[in-house]
Design a protein around this ligand. Structure first.
Ligand code: PBG
Length: 334
């Protein structure tokens, strides 16, 4: 009988030095596949810190442009913009998210004008930041007297919003509201408006998640209650395949799984079935929890960031949205 001692197979050989480990690494991260989510707020004189997202700010137009420039210098060439309107501009239909002079559309124009095609301008296409009730769509009372988010009426708003964002200069629109049929309606509206080259990054498998907590502070969300009638249930995997397949059939150019870390199995499944690039969003709660542990001295921040990003990449993400995009790009440069 062959003894296992001494072993012929010695996997440790490939771990003997940093150069050898780099040489044999199975997974790479490339900053040109990072997306930096950014917040642009109305009514600010100076950028404002977001307490639950240390290091992330609500921007003025000037500070936004400076931050985009810094990101591009670090190698991050894609930004995803979220608008934070004045509370007094919010209404039941989220009109200020669609208006040409709304905070998000003004920011999209400013960034596109300054950076042209050197930076990919991605727009969050969703109403929740702009509605006074905080839901991702318009509300109606159904025949049992329940207040619900009305799918098809919301679709029309999304179509108008996507066209307004494309007019403002977005290269990519990113519907995140999880309404049925949203990709198809947006694709048709963009095409009708002559925006055939504007692409759609669809939040396809987006879960109703407790990990969005800090984001809601970041955008000054007005939401009471939850989004469980439109975002996915955390217990489901197969459902995300259906959602993603529908989005691809409707014309999504890229699909997304969100959040990241609690859904690595979903990400792997989607990466295996998708014929289009797969993104994942390392959401605010993932950022906040690692940041908070690091601030307490409980974990080492930089290795934890890189491990979290390699995990997403290893699970199949082509594109990663992360508030650490710039920091990670700098760490990768060494
Ligand atoms: C909805 C939207 C949300 C996030 C991105 N787009 C919040 C939600 O669905 O409640 C969360 C992102 C994050 O937590 O970092 N427009």
């Amino acid at each position: 009988m062959n003894s296992i001692f001494p072993p012929h197979r010695r996997p440790r050989r490939l771990r003997t030095s940093p150069v050898m480990r780099d040489f044999t690494a199975e997974t790479d991260l490339n900053p040109s596949r990072f997306v930096l989510p950014m917040f642009i707020a109305d009514g600010l004189d100076a950028p404002r810190d977001i307490s639950s997202l240390p290091g992330v700010q609500q921007h003025t137009t000037d500070s936004l442009l400076a931050a985009v420039e810094g990101a591009a210098e670090a190698g991050v060439k894609a930004v995803d913009l979220f608008g934070v309107p004045l509370d007094s501009d919010k209404d039941a239909d989220g009109s200020c998210g669609i208006a040409e002079d709304g905070v998000l559309n003004r920011a999209l124009s400013a960034v596109r004008e300054r950076f042209g095609d050197d930076v990919l301008v991605i727009a969050d296409t969703c109403l929740d930041e702009f509605t006074d009730h905080g839901h991702c769509g318009v509300l109606t009372v159904d025949d049992r007297g329940r207040t619900v988010v009305e799918n098809d009426a919301t679709l029309q708003r999304y179509a108008d919003m996507a066209v307004a964002q494309a007019n403002a200069g977005a290269h990519v629109v990113s519907p995140s509201g999880m309404m049925d049929g949203q990709v198809q309606v947006i694709r048709e509206a963009l095409d009708d408006a002559g925006h055939q080259d504007v692409s759609i990054m669809a939040y396809s498998a987006k879960y109703a998640s407790a990990f969005y907590g800090p984001f809601r502070e970041a955008v000054g969300s007005s939401l009471q209650g939850d989004r469980r009638t439109y975002q996915q249930d955390a217990r489901n995997l197969r459902e995300s395949i259906l959602e993603t397949q529908l989005d691809i059939d409707e014309g999504a150019d890229m699909v997304m799984v969100k959040p990241g870390m609690p859904y690595l199995d979903v990400l792997r499944e989607i990466a295996d079935m998708s014929p289009v690039p797969v993104a994942t969003y390392q959401v605010s709660g993932e950022y906040a929890m690692i940041s908070a542990a690091a601030q307490n001295g409980w974990i080492d921040l930089e290795p934890a960031i890189m491990e979290s990003l390699y995990g997403l990449r290893r699970a199949g993400a082509d594109i990663i949205l992360t508030y650490w995009a710039v920091k990670a790009a700098r760490l990768l440069k060494g």
